[in-house]
Design a protein around this ligand. Structure first.
Ligand SMILES: C[S@@+](CC[C@H](N)C(=O)[O-])C[C@H]1O[C@@H](n2cnc3c(N)ncnc32)[C@H](O)[C@@H]1O
Length: 235
């Protein structure tokens, strides 16, 4: 299950509803302000966003402009050329990163839902970056286990929350020394602060695993729903 919880299910415990509404409004407006002060992405990505918001059941799963631009800048700063994208959905993160890499760069994006994969492939086919993107259909963990050690520059983790720790283990094997892992939804709508269900506990466990891992330098960013930015230390 990768559906995001509704904000009403994530009200901080012991907080009055008035205070929560105010905090919620500030967070929402800050998110809109951040998007307004972030460079727009390509016309195709704007179309993917519009399509996802209006035509799919879980539009909140979309990465969107702020995180999309963040990924592009990270890819450019790190000069990442070999990227794995776990959780394709409608293709936003894969396309955003594909637009940021060089013509010889490549992205493997993994999706197990056939409907999502069909939508994403439709957008990829229309992109000038299509030759950089390979969509693999199937279970992410099984596909990751077939990939070679130490060859990847960056892994973006954005699929089912219960497998985040397993994805992290595979990602640490895949990335080269100095390579990056970027994990979305690290805050899980604040639920990691006091986890009460399996997904929230899985995300809290994942965050604790990363924090305790001496092989990695890391920073926990409170952008959007939390982004854990991790670098495998040089050997
Ligand atoms: C949060 S969405 C990804 C959003 C996407 N990265 C973007 O930029 O919009 C998560 C996606 O992961 C897929 N997914 C969930 N569990 C998976 C698994 N075990 N293997 C492969 N894909 C999975 C879901 O079907 C969904 O499309």
């Amino acid at each position: 299950m990768d559906r995001l919880p509704s904000p009403s299910s994530t009200r901080p415990r012991g907080t009055s509803s008035d205070a929560y509404s105010f905090m919620d409004m500030v967070a929402r407006n800050a998110g809109l302000y951040a998007a307004d002060h972030t460079s727009p992405l390509s016309d195709l990505l704007e179309e993917v966003e519009r399509y996802t918001l209006t035509q799919t059941s879980y539009p909140s799963m979309l990465t969107g402009r702020v995180e999309g631009r963040f990924l592009q800048l990270i890819v450019q700063l790190a000069n990442a050329q070999d990227i794995v994208d776990i959780g394709t959905f409608t293709g936003y993160s894969a396309l955003a990163m594909a637009e940021a890499i060089s013509p010889w760069g490549k992205i493997l994006t993994i999706e197990h839902n056939p409907g999502h994969a069909d939508i994403a492939q439709g957008f990829f086919d229309r992109s000038p970056c299509r030759t950089k993107i390979t969509l693999r259909r199937g279970e992410a963990l099984e596909i990751l286990r077939t990939l070679a050690d130490g060859k990847t520059d960056l892994v973006f983790i954005d699929a089912d929350k219960r497998n985040y720790s397993a994805y992290y283990g595979e990602s640490m094997r895949l990335v080269r020394a100095g390579g990056l892992i970027v994990a979305d939804n690290a805050l899980w709508y604040g639920e990691v602060l006091d986890p009460q269900d399996d997904e929230s506990r899985a995300m809290a466990d994942f965050n604790a695993l990363v924090q305790a891992d001496d092989r990695a330098d890391k920073v926990f960013l409170t952008i959007r729903d939390g982004i854990y930015l991790i670098r495998r230390k040089p050997d």
